[in-house]
Design a protein around this ligand. Sequence first.
Ligand SMILES: [Zn+2]
Ligand SMILES: [Zn+2]
Length: 346
Amino acid sequence: MCSKLRIDAVAVVLLAAAGTATASDRPDAADAAYADMPHIAPIGVRIAHYLPVPQNAKGPAIDPAKGYRLQELGKGLYLITDNAYQSMFMVYESGVVVVDAPPGYAAHIVEGIREVTDKPITHLIYSHSHTDHIAGANALGKVPTIIAHAETKRLLARDDDPNRPLPTVTFADRYSLKVGSQVLELSYHGDAHEPGNIFICAPAQQTLMVVDMVFPGWMPWRRFAVAHDVPGYFAQLEEIRKVPFKTLVGGHVARTGTHADVDRQIAFLQDLKAAAAKALGATKPGAGLDAKTASENPWAVFDDYIDRVVIQCVNGLTPKWQSQLAAYDVYIWDQCYAMEQSLRID
Ligand SMILES: [Zn+2]
Ligand SMILES: [Zn+2]
């Protein structure tokens, strides 16, 4: 009975609305696109055909029966991945150190370790606090020692998530983990992706793991991989560039990275910064609006202004970069919106 009354009431409202509303009362999509609209679909518009993924963004295939891939990084250090996420483990004389446990394949991490050794997992290192990289921790069983940056412990205590057990050991600037003959050097370089996100360096294996910063072969995930601090993100990429690694484990995508990948990402970001700065300088707020809207709706003025800035930014980058980074078309609008915002407010 209640539901019938309710339906009747909704029908009355709909009928009334149909009789009174006019086209101009409704917040419709624009009548016409902006001038110089990019051919790459903006945010919120369905993309019918994505640009092809360049060959150099691809990695070795996953055995579908296993659901994961192991890659030897040298001297007892292994990458384990589902080709979307990446983590590592290091075997030493009496145990195994695991770095990150992405929940997507955490159930396979012990299987991967058992391909190589029967030794127990003695240590787990968290790269940072984000769920998608560490919330598979419980699949490893009870790990005696969990190491992370102090900020990561603070965030995890706040989040109070049983899938992300609290670290038992924390540090502020540097921590050297020496187990048997193996070494991992942990260091903190400030806020960029997230407070507490650390560098994990294996000197003997010439391997550096830093998560959610560099995406070998790919456009960074949207808005600089949702960087907590955009200027910090740009600065920390230069810190990564300085480390003399041979192999970079970025935490994502289907392959490991090299210095060439870091250089290319920085070159893209420098072009992005220049394109957004140029567009901000060349665009006049309010120029695209009628006088009434311009005088009474400052947020509309801003919306129109930023849209025109971002359109110029996208157009400035597309000819050079659309074929160089996989998924350029997926996130270029997001990157331009994040860049113009950072240039204005940071
Ligand atoms: Zn993250
Ligand atoms: Zn990530």
